[in-house]
Design a protein around this ligand. Structure first.
Ligand SMILES: [Ca+2]
Length: 232
């Protein structure tokens, strides 16, 4: 799965940011969401929603449901050889349920792309501590499962397996950029706190330099030099 191009802080030969004159349109509403944050929430949505690429995009809105989170938990448990209903699987489900409840405060059961972004934005404004706690809990559960050899570090192999199972990342670009950007001290392994920082930054940071922005893969180099799908 490939993220759309968004050339955050990528400078052209003239020192200007390509595409910066044509940023993605801010969502309508009283409090527009930061474009980078919106890009990340779209990325999360696309990685988790159970809809084959290219289907349902026009006629039927694609919606994220808790079922999508259940499927992610099942994929992760299975990838690391935990049975359905195992302690590890149930822990993941509990963490994802906690996060889902923060998304779906209205109890609608399904959130399209706009609604999902709006719900996370609302949680950031009104329930930031709860959102960060939920993200941290989920991160703990995922890291504990992925740390197969129990050395309290995630090797590149372990982290790639987690991303592939939980978020269905399958491109070398995504897997490589996600891992290498998160390894802040260039130690060659990820410490738990590096992954925690990344998860929290992914959901909260509006700083283009935050490594956690690329938790699910970094932006691709522009093809054709016109700023990708957001620019023209
Ligand atoms: Ca390890």
């Amino acid at each position: 799965m490939s993220p759309p191009v968004w050339p955050f802080r990528r400078r052209g030969p003239n020192g200007r940011t390509p595409g910066s004159r044509t940023p993605p349109a801010a969502p309508t509403g009283p409090e527009p969401l930061d474009p980078l944050l919106r890009w990340k929430l779209d990325r999360w949505f696309d990685c988790l929603v159970d809809a084959p690429s290219g289907t349902g995009r026009r006629s039927t809105p694609v919606r994220l449901t808790f079922r999508d989170y259940e499927l992610a938990a099942t994929r992760v448990a299975r990838a690391f050889r935990h049975r359905p209903g195992s302690r590890e699987h149930r822990r993941l489900l509990a963490c994802l349920r906690k996060l889902w409840r923060l998304h779906d405060r209205e109890g609608t059961g399904a959130l399209d792309r706009e609604a999902f972004a709006a719900c996370v934005a609302r949680a950031l404004r009104r329930e930031r501590r709860s959102l960060v706690a939920a993200v941290n809990s989920l991160c703990c559960a995922m890291v504990d499962i992925a740390d197969v050899d129990g050395d309290s570090l995630l090797s590149e192999r372990e982290y790639r397996a987690l991303l592939a199972a939980g978020f269905r990342l399958d491109s070398e670009h995504d897997l490589r950029t996600a891992y290498r950007t998160l390894d802040r001290d260039n130690s060659g392994t990820l410490e738990h706190n590096e992954v925690h920082e990344a998860f929290v930054e992914f959901f909260t940071s509006t700083d283009p330099d935050s490594p956690g922005n690329w938790l699910l893969g970094g932006p691709r180099p522009p093809h054709g030099g016109r700023g990708g799908p957001y620019g023209s």
